[in-house]
Each structure stands twice: as C-alpha cells, then as structure tokens.
Design a protein around this ligand. Structure first.
Ligand code: HCB
Length: 230
C-alpha cells in the first residue's frame, strides 16, 4: 500500500502537480507514514527522474519548474512535521546555509536545513545566489559553528571555494567548519577547495554536521582529552 503511495508521490513530481503532491503528503501524514520516508522514498526519486528526463532532452525548463513547484508543495506539508521532531531538543549547533552565487537551485538545500532543524541544529537559511561575503558576514553575526554551501551547477560549484576564501579573509576559518553538497559536488572537490566535509544527501549532512561539532569539541579540549573535562 505504502509502495503505491510512494509511486504516486514520485509521479506527482514528474507531472509537476502541486495539488496532488500536497494531497499525497497530507494523506501520508494522516496515515502515519514517516515524513522522512515520504521525502526519501516518494518525492525525491521523482525529482531525480525529472533531472534525468531533462538531461535526455525529454523534459524542458517550464516542466522542470512545475516539478520544483510540486516538490515545494509537498515540503510545505512535510517540513513542519519534521521540524516538530527537533523543537524540544537542545541546540546541537548553529548552521548558516545557502546556495552559492549564481545558482538558484534550492530544494536540496531546503531539505538539508529541514533535517538539520529536525535534529536539533539552529539553521539560518540565506537563500539562493549567496556570495562568499554574505556567508562570512552571517557566520560572524551568529557565531556560526558550520557553514553549509549548496551548488547544483558545474559552473557554480567553484563558488563554493569563494565561501572558504571569504571565511579565511574574515579570519573566521578556524572557528567555522564548512560542509559542501549538491549534485555535481564530490568528496574530492570538497578536499580540493579546503572544505571540512562533503555530504551526498540530507541525512548524511546531519551525520557530517554532528561529526564536525564533535571534532570542534575535541579540539577545544586540547591539550587535555575531553573525557577529563566533563
Ligand atoms: Co536545474 N539543472 N537548471 N533547475 N535542475 C539540474 C541541476 C541539471 C543537472 C539538469 C540536467 O541537465 N540533467 C542541470 C545542471 C547541469 C550541470 O551544471 N552539470 C541543470 C541546469 C542546466 C539548469 C539551468 C542552467 C537550465 C537553464 O536555464 N537552461 C537553470 C540554472 C539556473 C541557475 O541556477 N542559475 C536551471 C534551473 C532549474 C529550475 C529553476 C527549473 C529548478 C530549480 C527550482 C528550485 O530549486 N527552486 C531546477 C531543478 C529542479 C533541477 C533538477 C531537476 C533537480 C534539482 C533538485 O532539486 N534535486 C536538477 C537535476 C538533478 O539534480 N538531478 C537540474 C533534488 C534535491 C533533493 O537534490 O542534489 O539538490 P540535491 O540536494 C541533495 C544533495 O545534493 C545534498 O542534500 C540534498 C538533499 O538530499 N546537498 C547538500 C545539497 N546541498 C547541500 C549542501 C550541504 O552542505 C550538504 C549537502
């Protein structure tokens, strides 16, 4: 039964049907489907199909925009459900999130922000087309622990490097960890630009953010081991 719902969810994204996507998300919540399953097994595979069809020239920009609209409609239902899970937890860390300069893709970033929030992180989303300077200024203002930078285009992923550079220029690099992601981004690229980590999806971004917080905590314990300070 759930399998059918997931297939219908996927199709609603491919069809670019926001009303159907929203209804399916609402029905799934009423039936007790985990919001994360609805995202990962239902809607996100739909978005992946859309990308493949576009890449093969079987779908065009207006269709892709309609699909993004449908994804947004589903997330409008699922986002509050996920955030509820994080509401009662103590802050796991402060994250400044955004899509890099020249890039307006936001769905993956929103998903990362939602899951980080659901897992107790305080997330400040700067939106899309964000310059390195803007990332650095917000990181300073909020005393951020982590900056998360998304890029979906091969032409804009290089701007992830400018975020690292802006943090260096502002003298913030030793205090702020940088994690990068987005479809064309790889672990190797993250290493090349001097980021602290790469996450392939939103769940991995949560694990990575936790690990980065742990690494910072351990660093702050030096030269004594952390255990002795508890
Ligand atoms: Co867009 N687009 N697009 N697009 N688009 C892609 C990205 C292509 C791969 C499609 C293709 O050719 N097959 C392609 C890029 C090719 C390339 O550079 N290699 C492409 C292109 C070419 C373009 C335009 C240039 C098209 C044009 O105008 N001719 C244009 C660019 C505009 C610009 O940014 N300046 C464009 C526009 C659009 C929209 C507006 C129609 C729409 C975006 C709407 C929106 O976001 N509001 C759109 C969409 C929807 C896509 C696809 C179909 C889906 C992207 C998406 O939402 N994926 C995409 C195809 C694809 O990626 N397969 C296509 C779903 C999310 C959940 O995955 O990878 O974004 P994600 O995020 C993951 C993961 O990467 C990770 O976690 C997320 C959640 O699991 N992650 C992070 C992401 N950020 C992270 C940050 C971290 O710190 C950690 C982890």
């Amino acid at each position: 039964m759930q399998e059918e719902t997931f297939i219908a969810m996927q199709q609603s994204i491919v069809d670019g049907a926001p009303d159907t996507a929203s209804e399916l998300a609402q029905r799934a919540m009423a039936e007790g489907v985990a919001p994360l399953d609805a995202i990962n097994l239902g809607f996100v595979p739909g978005m992946r199909t859309v990308g493949e069809l576009f890449g093969q020239g079987r779908m065009f920009l207006p269709d892709m925009m309609a699909s993004a609209e449908a994804m947004r409609a589903a997330m409008a239902v699922l986002d509050p459900e996920l955030k509820k899970q994080g509401a009662e937890r103590p802050t796991a860390g402060v994250v400044v999130l955004g899509t890099t300069r020249g890039d307006i893709h936001e769905i993956g970033k929103i998903l990362v922000g939602t899951l980080l929030t659901a897992n107790g992180f305080q997330v400040h989303d700067l939106g899309v087309d964000v310059s390195g300077e803007k990332f650095a200024a917000k990181a300073r203002e909020l005393k951020a622990d982590i900056v998360g930078v998304s890029a979906l285009l091969t032409t804009t992923m290089r701007n992830q490097r400018t975020v690292v550079e802006a943090l260096e220029k502002e003298g913030l690099r030793s205090q702020v960890k940088v994690m990068v992601g987005g479809a064309p981004v790889t672990r190797r690229w993250a290493e090349e630009i001097g980021a602290d980590g790469y996450a392939k999806d939103a769940m991995s971004a949560v694990t990575l953010a936790r690990n980065l917080m742990q690494a910072t905590a351990e660093l702050n314990c030096e030269p004594e081991p952390c255990e002795t300070k508890a």
